[in-house]
Design a protein around this ligand. Structure first.
Ligand code: PGA
Length: 229
């Protein structure tokens, strides 16, 4: 894993845009995308840039179960608002949060993913080490699946909702194996809340208790952070 520390978030996000643009210029056409507060400044910078995704395909990591694409806290809504309406892709996929059978929806999404290999995967990280919504204890060989969110994850995301009770309890997430198939991975960890978990990941404790620690076994990972030791 290659770690780059930035004292300026401006520089960090500019570097992230460069990495994504370079990947695209070097032939990447299938991008795995992420949501969350960490990605908002990135998407804003991408929208200001010249990069053109109109011949590319995107797959989002996850979606809440029970929220429609029109709900303002669904990840479909988030992606449209922050990226797709400004920088459209040829095709963009997210799991359907309203599917009657979320387990079948997860299998459908996994099979779509397997038809398009991911050239690039963007990741945030949860304070509990989750990537996508793969909570601690998720097997490293997991494929896209239905997951029950940890209370700590619901608390962390409650800031985006009117109250914690409105935060969905389940999500459909790409699995850890699905993420690890990507040829190249960019993880962004910003803010003090991510300090402890980033230390764990960097200490190479390869354990399903810290899902992001799986990345220590991936051949092409860059981590950008504003945390100084
Ligand atoms: P955040 O979420 O960017 O809102 O901190 C990251 C994550 O939970 O993966």
């Amino acid at each position: 894993m290659k770690l780059e520390r930035y004292s300026s978030r401006e520089d960090l996000y500019a570097r992230a845009v460069d990495i994504i643009t370079n990947a695209k210029n070097n032939g990447a056409t299938t991008f795995g995308l992420a949501t969350g507060g960490t990605m908002e400044p990135l998407y804003s910078k991408i929208c200001e840039s010249e990069v053109d995704f109109s011949n590319c395909v995107s797959f989002n990591l996850d979606e809440y179960v029970g929220l429609s694409a029109k709900h303002d806290q669904s990840y479909a809504f988030y992606m449209d608002k922050h990226l797709f309406r400004h920088k459209p892709f040829k095709e963009s996929y997210l799991p359907n949060g309203l599917a009657d059978n979320p387990t079948e929806e997860a299998a459908r999404y996994e099979s779509l993913l397997q038809q398009h290999s991911l050239d690039f995967q963007l990741l945030g990280i949860g304070q509990n080490g989750h990537i996508g919504f793969n909570e601690p204890g998720t097997p490293f060989d997991s494929l896209t699946h239905l997951i029950t969110l940890e209370q700590s994850t619901r608390h962390a995301n409650a800031r985006f909702f009117d109250s914690i009770d409105e935060v969905p309890t389940q999500a459909i997430t790409m699995g850890i194996q699905s993420i690890m198939r990507a040829k190249c991975i960019l993880l962004i960890a910003v803010g003090d809340a991510k300090r402890d978990v980033l230390k764990h990941v960097l200490a190479s404790d390869y354990t399903e208790d810290v899902p992001a620690s799986v990345l220590t076994k991936h051949p092409n990972v860059v981590i950008l952070t504003d945390l100084q030791e």
